[in-house]
Design a protein around this ligand. Sequence first.
Ligand code: S3P
Length: 173
Amino acid sequence: MCPAHRAMTESKANIALIGFMGAGKTTTGRILAHTLNMGFFDFDLEIEKATGIGLPEIFATRGESGFRQLEHEICKNIPFMQNYVIATGGGIVLNPENMALLRQSCTIIYLPASPETIHARLAENNSRPLLAEGDKLAKIRDLLSQREHLYRQYADFILHLDDSHNACQHTRW
Ligand code: S3P
């Protein structure tokens, strides 16, 4: 077992994936969960299940702050979960309380992606209310520049999926 795999599976009960919209958290999370024989938990899906409506409707009726409150409520369950790979929403890092809750039981992995990669992946996708109107690439650049330091700050590992870096880099080694 490689040191990264050992650290991920032995030190904390769960693995949480963080990163911008379109970074690959859900896809990677499903693969990791299957490979490591862990459960898979998707924040956005859980919020939709809890409310019975889709994210665009939640944003339309409750605004971003209403959505963030729901996201925070889900976070409160994470310290009690075991053996899950968790795909978070891209804005989870905006609330330090969320990250303190995640840290209690999760090894946190950041999946970076460039604005261009994200834009290409989401070009035909209108499921993200924060990117729904206006110049999508400009919005991605703007939001990512506000969040990038937070993703890096909270990451135990950075997993590079879209370039030629070492695939897995531990932020504290
Ligand atoms: C958001 C990301 C989305 C979803 C919501 C807000 C964000 O999740 O939680 O639209 O603020 O970045 P994904 O990162 O899974 O797209």
